[in-house]
Design a protein around this ligand. Structure first.
Ligand code: 4AD
Ligand code: MG
Length: 461
């Protein structure tokens, strides 16, 4: 009758007598007559404290166990209400079932995040990364649950694609051609018809356009999958491979986008408050002392909705010098976003109605002729967490925008057909899942919320 450490914590009041656990030695300290092992078995962030005594035949050997050795413990569960841990296990027998080595890289001291990134295969064994990746898993489930509860259908859009959903050209090419012997056509250009798919293909930057087609059949849909961007951004919030959630709604406008995005973010936080209490408490204590307060505030307050034009005015009137000054028509920099969320509003805000030139071609033109019906959610610490918009559903306007953006009408023919056959008001948004995980864990570098991060110059493991 094997138990897990989690079982013991969950059913402490019902458990008495003999228990049996298998796990890894996290810490060990001993004197001549008594020793203590912190045992972790992966079932929870918390360890079980194992007490061993020199009465055990193999006591000497046990005191020399290297960190991360695998052991099986049989012992008596004893409640210790006055101690730091609610119980301990007084071992009657401890058997080593797997070895480790004294040069185990995770010795008992605080390691820097930079160092831990170089051992991405071992860092999930630390408390911090255990908490982060547990929350990552729970947050993914919470996203699915919230959207499914709101009648959204999950759609899997392709990872290899021949179109550029964002029209921004930041794509990783997918090819089976031999770079050293590229086939050339009559004009001396690479002959893509000889490639695997007989045309140029790339990794998807977004599932939005393909999922829009499903919104026009299922009404409310979403994607949740990996996306790839070959943007050479060396920042703490850009990854080359990241996961995105893209809800898309037929018969919806920009107001609906903001309501759904706000509801989803709050729904995820509420779920984590219910299901990730130990992990949040740990991160609040060791990583970001404002984490829980910030999440509670996010849950309690209504997010402000601020037109871009007003944001620019606020920034221009700011009593601080920005490295990059703001002019109407320019994209906001991270320092501007930080000022708005951390100095002015102290909470997540939706910035709406951006100049059309700095936003994607598919966004719906506003009547002013200058702006589009876009809404980005900016959050403290991170900046842009969500990008959304009402889509341009009017055939002629969309056709014109494809032209104005210098995109190929042929490539977007199928997309235009969505407007030709059943023109429908439609809107949606995309959440960067890693940025969401950063927000709900307090981690400040995107490399520390992805199991094996990919960033410019790094595809290790
Ligand atoms: O603002 P973006 O580029 O919007 C889209 O891709 C739309 N198709 C979404 C939609 O309307 N369906 O990206 C959406 C979000 C950003 O707000 C950000 O959180 C995240 O994706 N994101 C990144 N996250 C990590 N690394 C990167 N390089 C990211 N680029 C965007
Ligand atoms: Mg964006």
């Amino acid at each position: 009758t094997q138990q897990t450490v989690k079982d013991l914590y969950t059913h402490l009041d019902q458990l008495t007598g003999t228990v049996e656990l298998t796990g890894w030695v996290r810490t060990i300290r001993s004197s001549k007559r008594v020793g203590f092992i912190e045992l972790n078995d992966g079932s929870s962030l918390a360890n079980a404290q194992i007490v061993m005594t020199s009465e055990m035949a193999n006591y000497e050997e046990l005191t020399k166990l290297p960190l991360s050795a695998t052991i099986q413990v049989v012992g008596e569960l004893v409640a210790t209400p006055k101690a730091q841990q609610p119980f301990e296990i007084q071992a009657t027998a401890i058997t080593q079932v797997g070895g480790s080595d004294n040069d185990y890289p995770l010795q008992k001291k605080k390691h820097s995040y930079e160092y831990l990134r170089t051992i991405a295969h071992l860092r999930p064994r630390t408390n911090t990364f255990y908490a982060v990746f547990k929350i990552r898993s729970l947050a993914a489930f919470a996203v699915h649950q919230y959207l499914q509860d709101h009648d959204f259908t999950y759609v899997n859009t392709p990872i290899i694609t021949s179109s550029d959903s964002e029209g921004a050209g930041e794509m990783f090419q997918v090819t089976t051609l031999d770079m050293n012997h590229l086939p050339l056509d009559d004009q001396g250009q690479v002959d893509e018809s000889q490639d695997f798919f007989k045309e140029k293909t790339n990794l998807t930057v977004s599932g939005q356009l393909p999922v829009e087609a499903f919104a026009l059949a299922f009404r409310n849909v979403y994607t949740f999958g990996p996306t790839f961007r070959a943007e050479n951004s060396h920042t703490s919030r850009h990854a080359s491979e990241f996961w995105m959630i893209e809800p898309e709604m037929a018969f919806a406008d920009l107001t609906d986008v903001m309501a759904m995005a706000e509801g989803l973010l709050k729904g995820v936080i509420a779920y984590l408050f219910d299901h990730a209490q130990p992990e949040l408490a740990f991160l609040n204590e060791h990583v970001d002392p404002e984490l829980i307060d910030r999440l509670q505030l996010t849950l309690d307050e209504d997010f402000a909705r601020v037109p871009y034009t007003k944001a620019v005015e606020l920034l221009q009137a700011a009593p601080v010098d920005f490295k990059v000054p703001v002019e109407w028509g320019t994209d906001l920099q991270a320092e501007h976003e930080r000022y708005l969320t951390e100095e002015v509003y102290h909470q997540p805000i939706f910035l709406t109605d951006y100049p059309k030139e700095i936003k994607a071609f598919y966004m719906r033109n506003n009547d002013d002729g200058k702006t589009v019906a876009a809404a980005d959610l900016l959050v403290p610490q991170i900046g842009e967490l969500i990008g959304g918009s009402q889509r341009e559903e009017r055939f002629e306007q969309l056709q014109q925008k494809i032209k104005d953006f210098g995109l190929s009408e042929e490539e977007y023919q199928w997309y235009l057909e969505l407007r030709k056959y059943g023109e429908t008001k439609e809107a949606g948004f995309g959440i960067g899942f890693e940025r969401l995980v950063m927000y709900v864990t307090g981690m400040s570098n995107i490399r520390d919320v992805i199991p094996y991060p990919r960033t410019p110059g790094n595809a290790e493991f």
